[in-house]
Design a protein. Structure first.
Length: 146
């Protein structure tokens, strides 16, 4: 006799993040940070706090993780999912125009940060879903320029 076993439902966590960018010498640059453990290039992101909108929460994470201050724009670029903490995380992503880079910030000793061209950023990012969101970002930027 076979026994039907119910699989537990995977836990889902919601996060929001930003694609930090600037225009320098008429060229688009994207700021990436490293993950704390594996030191892979990623974007600033974190759990959406209960009392905050996703954009506001993402801006707060950008300050803590990357030491950047700027404006998180309203238009949603898309989302991607990763497995972590025994479940899946859905990350909503928004563009952020960077206005200030701090010399000292909360996670300075845990992460690196670096500016990349769009092409370099896409090559550095290993997460396929995030690469697709980056493609959405460049489409939005090009639409804004036309």
């Amino acid at each position: 006799m076979s026994e039907n076993k119910l699989k537990p439902t995977e836990a889902w966590f919601n996060q929001s993040g930003v694609i930090p960018y600037r225009i320098k010498n008429k060229e688009l640059e994207i700021l990436l940070i490293t993950s704390r453990k594996k030191q892979r290039w990623i974007i600033p992101k974190g759990i959406i706090e209960d009392n905050l909108h996703p954009q506001t929460s993402a801006g707060k994470e950008a300050l803590e993780e990357a030491g950047i201050v700027g404006t998180v724009e309203d238009h949603y670029l898309g989302s991607y999912a990763v497995k972590k903490w025994g479940g899946k995380i859905k990350i909503e992503v928004y563009p952020m125009i960077v206005k200030l880079l701090l010399d000292d910030w909360e996670e300075k000793d845990l992460r690196k940060r670096k500016w990349f061209s769009f092409k370099e950023a896409k090559e550095k990012i290993e997460i396929r879903g995030l690469q697709k969101v980056l493609d959405n970002f460049i489409i939005k930027i090009n639409e804004a320029d036309s």
